[in-house]
Every structure is written in C-alpha cells, then in structure tokens.
Design a protein. Structure first.
Length: 114
C-alpha cells in the first residue's frame, strides 16, 4: 500500500519550521496551531523535540522574525516561547512543514535559548 508509513512519527531537523498542533506541546496555548522552529532533536523517538514557537505579539521578548510569505507567515513575529513535544507525536497529522528558517534567525534563536 502506498500510504503505509505515511503518518509514522519522524524526527525533524534543527532549523525546520513547522505549523504545530498545540495539543502536542508541553504548555497550554490559546491557538490550536502555532508556527515553531525546531532547536533540538532527541537521539530517538523516545525523547522530546525542543522548539521555539512564534507569536505575532511584537512586544514579547524573544527573537524578531520578519514576514516569511513562503511559509504562509505574512506578518512580523517573534520566536518567543520555548516548548517541547514528545517525538512519538511528531506526525503529519500534528505538524505541517513550512520550510527552513534562515541561518541568521536560527543562529539568534539558538543563542537566545542556549
């Protein structure tokens, strides 16, 4: 069957930008889905994926991020909330890949939360 394994959990790469279902994140969020960049991946699917989610609240402390229309992010934002998700829940039903964050912004995000 062609779709076999299509929604198996998988490990993303550091710097990948996703729209993540907040139901799989470790903290309560008022939005059902939130953009986030992966900052650390576990050695296997038994660990947790670390990411920083993006808000449009420009007054929030964090790393500013300009609009990124290629990822459907049409307004400026801030990578402001460190979060994590169980790697076993990292499936296409919960996450949508938006692209790769530019190297400069990723370096700033990693430095901010190092």
């Amino acid at each position: 069957m062609i779709l076999e394994g299509f929604d198996d959990p998988y490990l993303p790469a550091v710097g990948d930008l996703f729209l993540v279902s907040t139901a799989i994140l470790d903290a309560v969020d008022v939005h059902p889905r939130r953009p986030g960049v992966v900052i650390e991946i576990p050695a296997n699917l038994g660990g947790r994926i670390q990411l920083v989610t993006r808000t449009r609240n420009l007054k929030q402390a964090g790393v500013p991020h300009p609009p990124m229309p290629s990822a459907d992010l049409y307004e400026p934002g801030v990578f402001a909330y460190p979060r994590s998700a169980e790697a076993l829940l990292w499936k296409r039903e919960h996450v949508t890949w938006l692209g790769v964050l530019d190297a400069q912004t990723l370096a700033a995000v990693l430095a901010y939360w190092a």
